[in-house]
Design a protein around this ligand. Structure first.
Ligand code: LMR
Length: 396
């Protein structure tokens, strides 16, 4: 009798659609192919460059770093302090905070999810559409995932009333996932009034907000992008924030991020971080050091920080220019896509059926996930009109 092979009883897993798209694009031999898929910033030449400040920081680290010895599960305290100051400002919503370094923003979300599960939270509410990985991260730790419609793709509009009604009906103690800015996949921004309404409902209903803060500085500006989140922290009092340095420092593969906890009782925040650290220790022991050392070396040095601020502004301006051109070009095919101009960050979500996405890929070599999300930074400004001409006939 044959004994079954190890792992044979496991369920076959589908590859992550976004990561699969990277491989499909790389394997396409056509020279005119266009990658609007994975969310990485590209410059006018189509490259994802190492930022100037990152190069300078790496040079500095090469000259001064004397040890690669262990750093501990909480990561680098200098990185955590400098990043918190940059992201939340000096007042950080008037609340106490404590944080732990993580392997990227995804690691931050997963660690936050683990803490929610340990804290016996029952459910997390997530607006849809959302990043492909969000629901899976929270389901993986056994949390129930409740959804509500956040965005009308056809009308290119936020469904704020549906969101507020859902949060009104959520059970006290539930968590709610919010994207700080540059919403993935829709690019939709919230007004100050929207944020105030969200904060009021979260506070009155006893919910716990968890922010996914992955694009700060690529939308309206570093301070403007964080304003809604800071307002919620001020009003609600307790919150969790997963920060990613992948996009705003272009450190994608260095896996650099952090989770911060906010509240008014230092002892409970410390307990939270202690549990995060203990989970880190049994998962990956400690986070990778290099990216965090780069971020600390940038943020702690005024001239390197200025170089970074300037380059982030250049990236933001380029994205806004592409958005202006894309709004005109795509708006001819679907008038509501004129809203692309007022959306923010790298993503917008086109009203396009998945079968048309696949046909577009086969016939024109234009790559986007089946959802119809486009990374606007994947286009050169002068190519926007011709890309839109090719995509237009496939729109719903
Ligand atoms: C994206 O949404 O394209 C990025 O956040 C990359 C990823 O990890 O999915």
């Amino acid at each position: 009798m044959n004994t079954p092979a190890f792992f044979d009883s496991l369920t076959e897993q589908k590859p992550d659609p976004l990561l699969e798209l990277i491989a499909k694009f790389a394997a396409d031999p056509r020279s005119g192919k266009i990658d609007l898929g994975v969310g990485v910033y590209r410059d006018e030449t189509g490259r994802t460059p190492v930022m100037r400040a990152v190069k300078a920081a790496e040079h500095y680290l090469w000259e001064t770093q004397e040890s690669k010895s262990y750093i501990g599960p909480e990561g680098d305290p200098a990185f955590l302090r400098a990043l918190a100051l940059e992201v939340f400002g000096e007042r950080h919503g008037g609340r106490l905070l404590a944080g732990i370094q993580t392997p990227g923003g995804t690691g931050a979300l997963r660690l936050a999810a683990e803490l929610l599960a340990l804290d016996n939270r029952r459910k997390i509410w997530i607006g849809t559409p959302t990043w492909v990985n969000h629901q899976a991260i929270f389901a993986a730790v056994g949390l129930q995932v409740g959804t509500y419609r956040f965005f009308d793709i056809d009308k290119q509009a936020v469904l704020i009333d549906e969101m507020l009604t859902t949060l009104q009906d959520a059970a006290p103690g539930d968590a709610v996932l919010l994207q700080t800015s540059c919403h993935n996949p829709t690019g939709a921004g919230l007004s100050q009034q929207n944020w105030r309404d969200i904060a009021a409902i979260i506070a009155s209903n006893g919910l716990l907000p968890l922010f996914d803060n992955a694009y700060q500085g690529l939308g309206r500006g570093p301070i403007e992008d964080a304003a809604g989140m800071i307002g919620v922290i001020e009003t609600v009092g307790e919150a969790m924030v997963a920060v990613s340095c992948s996009k705003s420092f272009s450190l994608y593969r260095e896996r650099t991020g952090a989770v911060y906890l906010f509240g008014d009782q230092q002892a409970s925040l410390n307990k939270g971080v202690g549990n995060l650290a203990s989970h880190a220790r049994t998962s990956y022991s400690m986070p990778p050091a290099h990216g965090a050392a780069i971020v600390a070396a940038i943020l702690q040095n005024p001239s390197r920080r200025q170089v970074w601020v300037d380059e982030l502004r250049e990236m933001r301006i380029r994205i806004a220019e592409i958005r202006g051109a894309a709004a005109k070009a795509f708006g001819q095919f679907h008038p509501e896509l004129a809203n692309i101009a007022s959306q923010e960050g790298m993503f917008s979500l086109l009203p396009i059926p998945p079968e048309n996405v696949r046909q577009l890929r086969a016939e024109h070599g234009i790559y986007m996930p089946d959802s119809g999300r486009i990374n606007v930074a994947g286009m050169r400004v002068e190519d926007v009109a011709s890309v839109a001409e090719r995509i237009g006939p496939y729109l719903a």
